[in-house]
Each structure stands twice: as C-alpha cells, then as structure tokens.
Ligand binder design. Structure first.
Ligand SMILES: [Zn+2]
Length: 115
C-alpha cells in the first residue's frame, strides 16, 4: 500500500467520524444545518473508500507447482495425437488444462509418477 492510499483511508475515516459527530449533534440541536453536513461528510468518506478500492485492480497469480523434476516433454493431444505448445496451457479450477489447437478438445495434463 502506498502512502497516498493510507492517507486516503485516514481522510475517509476522519470524514466519516466527523460526519457521525455532526449527525449526533444534529439530534440535539440545529438539525436542519448539521444533518446535511453530516450526510455530506459520511458520503464523501465512503466515496473516497470506494475510489481507493476501485483504483487497485486485484491480480491473481497462479503458479504451477510440480513435485518432481520437469522434463521437456512433448504434450500430445490424446484425441488427435497432435503435438501441442505448452504455452497454450491454462489453469481451469486449479488443474492445468490445455486446449488442442487442432481438434479443439480440452484435456487435463496429468503428472506422471516418477518411478
Ligand atoms: Zn487434438
């Protein structure tokens, strides 16, 4: 998190707290002037939080972890036996999958036992 984001959250927390104080004060006296200020401050604080949340795109990085040594092996389509480019590999539901660029069928890549 950068300094700007931290400051943004602090500012929004400050605005919301101040807005709540104004709302509480409005319940005691001068509601017609204090209540709009309270609403404005709270919505401003929420607005800042909303902007901060939107500005940070969440990135999901998936890593493939194999227990054994990786061998440069030609991946073959089990349907049409075409050799496939490993860069076509995708992670579907946590399973490495590849879509054959020749017959269009999708299949899972299974790790073969090492013995
Ligand atoms: Zn195929």
């Amino acid at each position: 998190m950068s300094i700007k984001v931290v400051l943004g959250y602090l500012a929004s927390a400050f605005l919301i707290i101040l807005g709540l104080i104004f709302a509480w004060a409005a319940s005691i006296q001068a509601a017609s002037t204090r209540l709009p200020i309270a609403i404005l401050m709270i919505s401003l604080g929420i607005g800042i939080i909303y902007i901060l949340q939107r500005r940070q795109p969440s990135q999901v990085i998936q890593k493939i972890e194999v227990s054994g040594e990786l061998k440069a092996k030609v991946i073959q389509c089990p349907f049409c036996s075409a050799s496939l480019d490993p860069s076509l590999m995708n992670i579907v539901d946590g399973v490495p999958t590849i879509r054959c660029s020749y017959c269009g069928k999708q299949f899972q890549i299974v790790e073969e036992p090492k013995w």
